[in-house]
Ligand binder design. Sequence first.
Ligand SMILES: [Zn+2]
Length: 403
Amino acid sequence: MPDLKALKTWTKEEINKLRDLLIEISHEIHAHPELGHQEHHAASYLAEILEKEGFAVERASAGLPTAFIAEFSAGTGADIGFLAEYDALPGLGHACGHNLIAASTLGAGIAIKRLLEAGELQGTVKVYGTPAEEGGGGKVTMVEAGLFDGLAAAISMHAGSGTNSVGGSSNAVLPLTFKFKGQPAHAAASPHKGVNALDAVIATFNGINALRQHVTPDVRIHGIITKGGAAANIVPDDCEASFLVRAVSKDGLAEVVEKVKNCAHAGALATGSRLEIVEALQYDDILVCAPLVDMMKANMEDVGLAVIEDHMGRGNYTAIATHDTSIIDAIKDLAAREGISSDSYEFQMLYGIRPWLQKSLADEGYKVRAYVPYGRDWYPYFSRRLAERPANIWFFIGSLFRR
Ligand SMILES: [Zn+2]
């Protein structure tokens, strides 16, 4: 049994050695934004780095030109996969931070590879280049091709604007396009000869709006009209609407999709239009592995503490924004051990969250700063904080009753 603590220390050291390379990767991809399935620069750039590191690299996996799989094996053990994304958004570049996903998953993959190589671990590490996350569903095609079969775990990350969280799932979603074909006619001279495809679209929207009352609260159905006719004096004969249907699970999604399609059939039937339904690739809901999430959380706390220790150890004034008692206790221990004065750091918490903890820290002589969110956007701010960390609602409710 390997010494886990030593392995983690080694992994952190390896990642620190990769620091310049990882920042360079992030900047390079950020400077060359490419849309889904067109990420030729990013895919070949990343594949080359992994090849130089000693990975066996397969390019154009599952027939996708900008996908790749880099693999390194040493002995028999678990297969662990890291998923790298690198597509950008139209008009915005890397606004979703997929350059960071590419850099961090490469960093993790390379560090694990070096441990395998040194004989500290046994198994296989794979870095997957998964294109077209922002629409196009590169991973769906790769799953269908069986490229993730045999993996013990698939690990990825996504940058966000708030605090760190682990184990987030995401809803199942299916993009649907409804294409209605009718019969053109002059809208005033011979309307009785026309079959109105736009009316079929409108009937579809009305049917779906009636359906909304009868779906579970997790369901989201949102659509736009992408073709609505050419001129007001022509009965529209070629109209289209495009929808995204989402639900918390793929089974729930399948039920709703059936009903949404029936709304379109009803629109076609009511107007006499012909209907064609085009389904794009479906994302299933993400299945979260609870034991893996717990391990990830413990490691993130460990890394977080390492950053704080480093910062405080260099004599910098440090603000520790956390409501987590295990982190707070660790900081108190560190300060006592290293003889760091309580004047050179502070704890920061949100007003109303764990007030008893804030007070007891202050009573013990620690500096505590409470933040009061204010301004027009306080409600979305609070909602986002709660979404990021549902446990906050219990801190919040608990604090109301403890007053
Ligand atoms: Zn994203």
